[in-house]
Design a protein. Sequence first.
Length: 406
Amino acid sequence: MALLKLKDRKMDAFAIASNPGSFELLNHDLHGLFGQSWGNVTVEAAGTMLGRGAMHGEEVLIVCVEARDEQNLGPIDSFVRAAKKGGFVVILVAKDVSPTALHHLLQLGADDFAPYPLPDNALANIFNQLHDKQHAVPAELAAKKARNGMILPVYGAAGGVGASTFAVNLAWEMATHTRKEDMRVVLVDLDFQFGSVATLLDIPRREAVFDMLSEPDTLAGDTLAQAMTSYKSLLAVLTSPSEVMPLDIVGADYIEKMLRLLQARYDFIIVDLPKALTDWSASVLTSAETYFTLLELDMRSAQNLMRYLRVLRGEDLPGEKIQYILNRAPGFADLNGKSRVGRFSESLGIEINILLPDGGKPVTAAGDQGEPLADSASKNALRKEIKKIAVTLVDLSKEARAAIVN
Ligand SMILES: Nc1ncnc2c1ncn2[C@@H]1O[C@H](COP(=O)(O)OP(=O)(O)OP(=O)(O)O)[C@@H](O)[C@H]1O
Ligand SMILES: [Mg+2]
């Protein structure tokens, strides 16, 4: 099932080695620094990528050299030369390498080096120094824990189709699934008027949310942090304000900046969206990894969706990112229901990959108590499905990170 419609991933760093397996301890450091946006490549593959212009120029190239490379330093030598000629930042990581070989590679223009295994914060310190020296590394990378998280918006094609229920439970399942890992999840309610995330999780709406939205110029890492709350200290949450605010109180620039700030700090950013189209709707869609759109099997959802898709087409927006979810879908046993789903998706010209079951009264009851399904109705059929999706998303994102882009 094509659950995650991955967009082209812009890489921030590559670890390059003849034998990437010799430098496994590096993976953890790189994840801490670059989140999902780095890859492991062989010297040969990196040379090819460089030659083809497949690197955009801002990636940090971490060239790993070990003792056995010294017999045949040629390929690494050429790669470092080519990378420096291309203006890339090149950092050497040396494992039992002789001072002569290290000296030689530094002479070719490598910007700095660190021994392997890396001392604590070695790479972060190097980036900070380089940044101070020559602004070679973008500021957000130097800020140590830039994660470049995935933006996963949730949109409901019609009122009450279950978008917020899905967003809240997806976020909570992802947060609990990754609780032992260095991964952070944030849930953001961008429905400034009638957002219900705060209600569904029974958390307070902070005054700082109102301030941050009413004075757009103040948006920055620290004001955003002040506006955030968390659910059980595990899931970061930005609720909607306590007062109803116009959706156009902020513009596209504001939302884009907010998303960038969040991406630098979180691995997964789940966004609950308002039904109405706004000046910034396109920004959210454009920056999304996958854009979940919930529907129900009725005329209301069908008609709204057709109108919505017409807008996307008119504005040349990436509709292919949409992942349709049919909520309260008929069960397996319901053959008549199954053919209705088939006809429904066919008539709309869309593919529906995800079906969510009706979870009955416990779903609304959980929302009323301000608890995710996992905490109040863990055996509920809806919960089980959302959990599966959460686990798959986390796994796919890990694979995407490990995969070599080419
Ligand atoms: N699969 C489901 N099974 C049972 N109840 C559900 C299911 N999905 C949603 N609900 C219930 O439907 C109601 C509406 O859900 P929710 O608030 O998540 O929808 P929404 O699309 O966010 O609505 P809004 O238009 O208000 O933003 C809630 O009471 C919720 O508990
Ligand atoms: Mg909602």
